[in-house]
Design a protein around this ligand. Structure first.
Ligand SMILES: [Cu+2]
Length: 322
């Protein structure tokens, strides 16, 4: 198998011709993807390759930062736009999306659109669908966001190292008719240098940035997404949540669980109904994952807190202030 790793296609016309020749060579005439649409005007990886008029344009810059997983504990993270995880990209189904990527890392990188079913040449796998984006260089991805649901994006270069360092984010495609929940949270799960994180935070920072709030009677959508390498069975006290989607795919009628396993690479959407006022612990149930390098409590531990309920914890905090 020969791979032209550094090869750039001369243009959309050449791409179409090559595809046609390849189709004829195997005795098949295939339809080219509709996304070409006569708009193609630039080279692969350059703006305008697919769309002259994207609906959404996102800029992502990959770089190295020091990231505080909780006060006093900092790790080196490789991130998008200075954030671990990267910014959540949120679009509506059918939108034409352009993502301009700049590489400020010390080595080549790419981005894979995990779970979005993009055209093959936008899949972001170096040596298979494109070259590495060299340090200091840029690349543009373009595709139509057709699949509704919770998806992700992450590096696909030197993945064992780069993904472990934090090069990922989440990509939400909302249905055209909108969503009907009172609140919505994304719970991005990962491990970095021995710390277990929710949205880049280990407990106690999870209480600042990843605590879930609810009121009695509300319905809250929680999108779990695991970009780490370990399983995380998440358990919520006091409730049986409804599992509605796996990898964005709707599960007809859903089902009830209080502990839902989130395997590496998977997204799971659940709905929590506000039926039991209180302050409820919400955590991974592999207990070593609820520590900070062995010290309990830590890691993947947060709370579901009813705003219309005063908890023992809040009473204690108020008493301590008096
Ligand atoms: Cu876990």
């Amino acid at each position: 198998m020969t791979m032209n790793i550094g090869r750039k296609l001369a243009g959309a016309g050449a791409l179409a011709s090559a595809a046609l020749l390849a189709a004829l060579a195997v005795g098949l005439l295939v339809l080219l993807p509709a996304c070409g649409g006569g708009e193609a005007s630039a080279d692969l990886g350059e703006p305008g390759f697919v769309f002259d008029d994207p609906d959404v344009e996102v800029e992502l810059t990959a770089s190295v930062v020091d990231w505080e997983v909780y006060p006093g504990e900092t790790v080196e993270a490789w991130v998008y736009n200075g954030q671990y995880p990267g910014p959540e990209i949120r679009v509506t189904e059918g939108q034409k999306v352009r993502i301009d990527v700049t590489n400020d890392l010390p080595e080549g990188t790419t981005i894979h659109w995990h779970g979005l079913d993009v055209p093959n040449d936008q899949d972001g796998v170096p040596g298979i669908t494109q070259p590495d984006i060299a340090p200091g260089e840029s690349w543009t991805y373009e595709f139509v966001a057709e699949r509704v649901g919770t998806a992700a994006y992450h590096t696909h270069s030197n993945t064992a190292d780069q993904l472990a360092k934090g090069l990922f984010g989440f990509f939400i495609v909302e249905p055209a008719e909108g969503l009907d929940y009172d609140r919505e949270y994304t719970m991005g799960l990962h491990e970095i240098q021995g710390f277990y994180t929710i949205n880049g935070n280990s407990f106690p920072s999870t209480l600042d940035d990843s605590m879930l709030l609810i009121n009695t009677g509300e319905k809250v959508l929680v999108r779990f997404a695991n970009m780490g390498t370990q399983y995380h069975p998440f358990h919520l006290h006091g409730h049986q949540f409804l599992v509605t989607n796996i990898d964005g795919n709707p599960m007809p009628d859903g089902w009830r669980q209080n502990t839902v396993d989130i395997p590496p690479g998977q997204t799971v959407d659940v709905v929590i109904e506000g039926t039991n006022p209180g302050t409820w612990t919400f955590h991974c149930h592999i207990v070593p994952h609820v520590t900070n390098r062995g010290e309990y409590p830590g890691g993947m531990l947060t709370l579901l807190d009813y705003e219309d309920h005063t908890s023992y914890m809040e009473e204690q905090a108020a008493a301590a202030e008096e």
